[in-house]
Write a protein that binds this ligand. Structure first.
Ligand code: ATP
Length: 346
């Protein structure tokens, strides 16, 4: 099912939680809503579900205006961070719940419900556990039951609100991979909320980066990591260093000194962003340089922290990645040059 979000505004009292947000999502896409706390991710999910009404704007499911439909009519599968299974029901009864509570006219016969529950248990790899109660399952298993329950109603759209947030790192990683495979097999249009950038980049077909009730960028993991379109996206996704610079006739200068790189794009004062790994050490004098204040070894590489000084003291503290064999004694002066960067004016 395609989902088209058109110019949605949401105010809580006078507080604008979403400011005129638009998105076009294709059928079967796995979409991550990624952003810091308070950026409006859950609000957007609740609007899609129909649990909140927009102050302005519309949401279309296919060609139909969803605002004319109730929560039930939207046929949404919803999974929350805290699985919220019914504790007094077995796994099988939890999964069957959404079908059993349907009005008689649309309720499948008991034999079909049993078959569907058994297929779903298979799909979430929990066959054999149907008679257990939630308290007899691990966190990861409970979350898979919650997914099976959401899927049982054959939803048009699946909404997952931090579905793995309450689990430990290892189980989270396993479930991520599992969810990707599960999605590829079932092909539901799926939105999942996360504030974990790694989870968003690894799992999603496209990532919607949100900040303060606005969409900052929508794109594949490569788009948002390699081609961030704003300072916010550059610093929110992945590691980054930044320095205030001036660009004049293509020459980039830091504190009035050219730093050996050129940018033919926008001119003026602004900020130079680069990834710690996108730098090369150099012996050129026309380069950035700074004194090592600390260093740390990561698996295959080393990070050096540098104080970049100006005539009147420390101007900026940044991190760069250096080759393992580089000399990084504290106090050592390192010269380097960004090999890839992005300049944002202002
Ligand atoms: P988190 O990652 O912390 O869950 P989020 O990105 O999901 O954050 P939302 O829960 O959508 O953010 O909240 C967006 C903004 O709207 C926040 O400032 C929040 O305080 C506000 N907000 C959300 N729900 C309500 C409500 N029912 N009444 C008033 N303000 C609300």
């Amino acid at each position: 099912m395609d989902v088209s979000i058109r110019n949605i505004r949401k105010e809580f009292g006078k507080f604008p939680a979403l400011h005129g947000l638009s998105l076009d999502i294709g059928s079967g896409e796995l979409i991550a809503l990624l952003g810091p706390s308070g950026s409006g991710k859950t609000t957007l999910l609740r609007l899609i579900a129909g649990l909140e009404q927009p102050t302005e704007g519309q949401i279309f499911f296919g060609k139909e205006d969803a605002s004319l439909k109730s929560v039930q009519e939207r046929n949404i599968g919803f999974v929350f961070q805290h699985y919220a299974l019914f504790r007094h029901m077995t796994v099988a009864d939890n999964i069957a719940f959404g079908l059993k509570v349907r009005p008689k006219a649309t309720r499948p016969p008991a034999s079909e419900i049993r078959k569907r529950v058994s297929d779903l248990l298979d799909m979430v790899q929990l066959s054999g556990l149907e008679k257990r109660y939630p308290s007899q399952l691990s966190g990861g298993q409970r979350q898979r039951v919650a997914l099976a329950r959401a899927m049982a109603i054959e939803p048009s759209v699946l909404l997952l609100d931090e579905p793995f947030g309450a689990l430990d790192a290892k189980v989270r990683k396993e479930l991520r991979r599992w969810l990707r495979e599960f999605h590829d097999r079932t092909g539901h249009t799926t939105f999942f909320v996360t504030h974990d950038q790694e989870e968003a980049l690894e799992l999603a077909d496209r990532v919607v980066v949100m900040s303060q009730g606005k969409v900052e960028q929508v794109g594949t993991a490569d788009d948002v990591y390699d081609r961030p379109n704003s300072p916010f996206v550059f610093s929110f996704i992945g590691e980054s260093s930044h320095l205030p610079v001036t660009v004049k006739e293509g020459t980039i200068s830091y504190l009035g000194q050219p730093i050996g790189i050129r940018d033919a794009g926008v001119e003026g004062e602004g900020t130079l962003f680069f990834r710690p790994q996108d730098v090369a050490l150099t012996t050129d004098t026309a380069a950035l340089s700074g004194k090592v204040t600390a260093s740390r070894r990561l698996a295959g590489t080393r990070i050096a922290e540098l104080d970049i000084s100006s005539g009147n003291g420390v101007a900026h503290h940044i991190e760069i990645e250096v080759p393992l064999e580089a000399e990084v004694a504290i106090g050592k002066e390192l010269s380097f040059r960004p090999t890839q960067w992005k300049f944002f004016r202002g």
